[in-house]
Each structure stands twice: as C-alpha cells, then as structure tokens.
Design a protein around this ligand. Sequence first.
Ligand code: SAH
Length: 260
Amino acid sequence: MPENNVYFVGAGPGDAELITVKGARLLREAEVVVFAGSLVDRELVRTYAPAASVYDSAGMTLEETVSVMSDAVADGKKVVRLHTGDPSIYGAIQEQMAELDRLSIGYQVVPGVTSAFAAAAALKQELTLPEVSQTVIITRLAGKTPVPERESLAEIARIGATLVIYLSVAMMEKVVAELLEGAYTPVTPVAVVAKASWPDEQVVAGTLADIADKVRAAGIGKQAIIIVGDVLRARREGLKAKSLLYDREFSHEYRKGIIT
Ligand code: SAH
C-alpha cells in the first residue's frame, strides 16, 4: 500500500475561511503546493503555506503537474494539490489520480465547499424546498469540454428541478434558449452569482426573460454560478410548505413531535 503523500484539497470558493479545518492543516504541513492560480486565492496559499514551494498549475500541462508531484514524493515531501471549490466538480482530478496510480503514488482527497453552495449562501437560498423542488442538478453548457447529447441543457431542463449551472455565464443567451425548450418559462426566476464569497462578489437576479441583459449590463463574463428554478420564487412569494423535519407534529428518530 503506497503512503499518502499527495493530498488533493478543495480550497473552497474563494474566501480563505471557507477551506475545511483539515484542508488548512494539510496546507500548513505541505512542503510543495500545486494550485490553479487563476481561480484559487493566492492569499490562501500565502497564509497557510508561507514556506512551501508553490507551483501555479494554470500554465502547466498534466505531465508537468504530475512530475512536480512525483519528484516531491520521491524526495519524501508532503504535497498538496489545491483545487478550487470541491475537487470532484469540474476539477480534472481523475486524470491526475490515474497518473499517480500508474506511478504507485498514494493520495487522498479532501472535499471543499463547491461554488454552488457559496452562491446559495450569498443568495440566502435553500435549493430544495418542499413541494417546489427536491432535486438539484449540477450541469454546464458544452464548451471546449463536450457534454454528452443526452445531458444537453435542453434535455436536462425537461425535469424542471433546481439547476445549478457552472462554466456557462459567458453563453447566457444560449443557456436561456435551451432552458426555455424545457420545463422553464420566461417568468422562471434565475440568479447569477459571480465570485461568490470573494470581496467583489456580485449578485444579479431576474427571470429567464431578462437575465441575459442584466448579466451583460453587470459586466459578468466568467467565474459565476447560474441558479434556476422556482425555489427562488419562494423568497418573494412565501413558502408553499414548511419542511416536516421541524414540524411540531412530526416525530422522527431524534425528536418526539411534542416536547413535554
Ligand atoms: N471545482 C470548482 C469548479 C471549477 S470549474 C467548484 O467546486 O466550485 C470553474 C467554474 O466554477 C467557474 O466557471 C464558475 O462557474 C464556478 N466558480 C468557481 N468559483 C466560483 C465563485 N467563487 N463564484 C461563482 N462561481 C464560481
């Protein structure tokens, strides 16, 4: 069994305090840090790993990234591969892990707060509301990375669940057109959160009819999450139903319905 010398760590959405306690500890212990400088806050690396050798993966190929990690492991050093948000969502970690497997280098993955949840927090919005939607779909439009045909946004939009769309704000018109082919209508509420949890976070709210114009007017072209669905309406129009979890009449494993 190879030792765990490489840690893939989710850095969270931006705010340095949103890394996990475990991720911060590993970063403090790291001797080598590889991170995507385009998205992860440099401050985070400076704060937690001031003495580590730091590599910015933004300008590196997969081979280069893997060779930095494997050289460090060969020197007995502890490596943190820092990913934005959670590494499992559009993180391109599988190919790195496959390379490490091939080299018999052990690794572990430490989750992080994905930007979808930072966006929901910015909006003060629950994504799953009783009788509105109990399903959240994380998806994207095809870009340089293709999307399987059966997962095209128009196809996904037929379900009508709460949608969280990554990597697509630069193609807002196309997002809207595809969503209108599904269960959503021009009055379906949409919110766009750019740079969620960063000091320059921006929130734009509207409907499918006007969101593309509003996003353009706000100058948002990248690093944004699009949230779509009727759950967003609940804030303006009140809740349809409350969750049974905290209902006085509803008993469950951990609580008797009526407290005496
Ligand atoms: N692994 C990351 C996603 C990487 S893909 C995560 O879990 O969040 C990059 C995309 O993530 C961006 O195009 C944008 O859609 C989204 N994103 C990353 N950070 C963000 C932030 N702070 N606010 C809003 N969207 C963000």
